[in-house]
Design a binder for this molecule. Structure first.
Ligand code: LLP
Length: 492
């Protein structure tokens, strides 16, 4: 059963005393309009129940479960009657006006997630540097900048996007193992906050370029703490065998070397151990190691003003239960509070993941002797995560037509590869050609990882705010596909 189908049913444990949760309040649980662990409870039109027989303690525990589920899944995509809405706008209407496939983002969801994290870290000086590799649309970048956010960039192109969106360079940090001379020069002349340096050679290269430009480069060393984040191997970055960062045991030496390089100013330390991490312990373990290093560096007179704890906090795609921002913040602040440094965070997925959906139209249904296929107009070039990582994305019907039986299907795209699927062996209500499907939690690493494979124009992005929507990136045209190409005849 998909999340959509679960979502609008009363809680299975309900026996009596239904409790209706509404935006900004949680009636019946003593949480009326108040915050729960730093969040306003948002559960529009959903009815839950409690165990009357098991007493108050169980009730409270049960609410805790419900609220955790609601909070971690919290977003503004929901069915009204049988039709899916993003905030106040019908998804069908967007699909009809803009066409499919289309990415749709919810402004209110993006804002809510940013604020939740910001509030969770309110007790310490901090800077939220959104990792725009997750979602690079200018409208998204501008929104976070307006809330006080900065950026974590990993290329000259990302820096360009950030500056174009009006993000202050003083709030931009720059990581990545392969920064080129040109990219370093661009970041230096833009006067970014700091480089997160990934090797001794890079340290020297930054020093060289800064010397040539007559500038001082602020640097942090990205340490590799050798902690297993227990996530997909492709997105684990803090293990010894990974290409990222500088071995934590060699870091003291590298800091000493950095201090000798005259065009560098050592200002911080950086770690990022992986992505879609759903347990708190790997973060605590790695930050504990990093914090120990900071203490030793301080003893040796190296002033670490910024502790960049990276990104990586996971979201609920299926049944994961990642820590809430407040739990995450409390655990990590506990490790470094005494260090009196500015905490830099680099969240990507947790800010944008469930704030976006990919809407696609069913083209055909077909059966092989052993499989049912639903062929849709979005493919792995539009959303590669299922093909690349075997990732799960919930599938919702945009319009819930009544009386459909459930079938086990593969949802596949038009790309000429067997690896082109959005869902495999999924039990879904039967879809018919022409119907719309929403691929949920596609706001992170969706459009940014899309490509023109099979010469398919990249799909548009739409931002919904309240009862209005705007196309924040146009659908590419066939002319866009060949822009910049030449044939040999053009040479004359
Ligand atoms: N900081 C650094 C240095 C990173 O490399 C990343 C992600 C982040 C922050 C943000 O991580 P997040 O908070 O989003 O987990 N394409 C993959 C994810 C790749 C993550 C790469 N680095 C996916 O679709 O799951």
């Amino acid at each position: 059963m998909g999340i959509a189908e679960r979502q609008d049913k009363p809680c299975e444990k309900a026996t009596q005393t239904p409790i209706t949760c509404q935006e900004g309040s949680h009636r019946g649980a003593g949480l009326n309009g108040r915050k729960y662990k730093g969040f306003f409870v948002l559960t529009v039109g959903v009815t839950y129940g409690t165990h009357s027989s098991t007493g108050r303690a169980d009730q409270v525990r049960h609410f805790d479960e419900i609220l955790r589920e609601r909070v971690t899944r919290m977003h503004f995509f929901r069915h009204r009657g049988d039709d899916l809405y993003c905030e106040e706008v019908s998804v069908t209407r967007i699909a009809e006006e803009v066409g499919t496939p289309v990415y749709i983002y919810s402004h209110a969801t993006l804002t809510r997630h940013f604020r939740a994290l910001d509030e969770a870290f309110a007790s310490v000086p901090h800077l939220i540097c959104f990792a725009l590799k997750a979602n690079a649309n200018l409208a998204v970048l501008k929104l976070f900048a307006g809330l006080g956010g900065g950026l974590d960039v990993v290329s000259g192109g990302e820096l360009f996007r950030g500056l174009t969106a009006g993000v202050s360079p003083q709030r931009i940090v720059y990581a990545g193992v392969g920064k080129t001379r040109e990219e370093i020069a661009y970041a230096l002349t833009s006067d970014i906050l700091m480089f997160n340096v990934e090797s001794d050679q890079e340290l020297r290269r930054i020093n060289e370029v800064a010397t040539e430009l007559g500038r001082k480069a602020r640097v942090a060393l990205r340490v590799n703490p050798d902690v297993d984040p227990k996530t997909h191997p492709y997105i684990s970055t803090g293990l010894k065998q990974s290409k990222f960062g500088i071995d934590i045991d060699r870091a003291l030496e590298e800091y000493e070397a950095a201090k000798q390089l005259l065009a560098l100013e050592v200002v911080g330390i950086h770690q990022h151990i992986g992505s879609q991490i759903t347990k708190i312990q790997p973060f605590v373990d790695s930050l504990t190691r990093t914090a120990a290093l900071v203490r030793r560096l301080r003893e040796q007179g190296t002033n670490i003003r910024y502790i960049d704890i990276g990104g990586g906090l996971g979201i609920t795609y299926n049944d994961e239960t990642p820590p809430l921002p407040e739990e995450f913040a409390q655990a990590l602040i506990g490790v470094i509070r005494d260090l009196d440094a500015t905490v830099v965070l680099e969240p990507g997925r947790m800010l944008v993941g469930n704030a976006g959906i990919l809407v696609t139209r069913v083209l055909y249904t077909k059966q092989s002797p052993v499989k049912n296929f639903v062929v849709v107009d979005a493919g792995m070039n539009d959303l590669v995560r299922p093909s690349l990582y075997g990732s799960y994305h919930a599938i919702w019907r945009v319009h819930r037509a009544a009386g459909r039986d459930e079938v086990t299907v593969d949802v596949v795209g038009p790309i000429c590869e067997s690896g082109d699927f959005l869902a495999k062996d999924r039990v879904l209500p039967r879809f018919e050609p022409g119907e719309l499907m929403a691929v949920m939690s596609a706001g992170a690493y969706g459009h940014t990882m899309s490509s023109n494979y099979n010469s398919r124009p990249r799909v548009p992005e739409v931002m919904v705010r309240g009862d209005r929507f705007t196309v924040v990136r146009e659908r590419e045209t066939y002319a866009d596909l060949i822009r910049g190409e030449r044939t040999l005849e053009d040479l004359g």
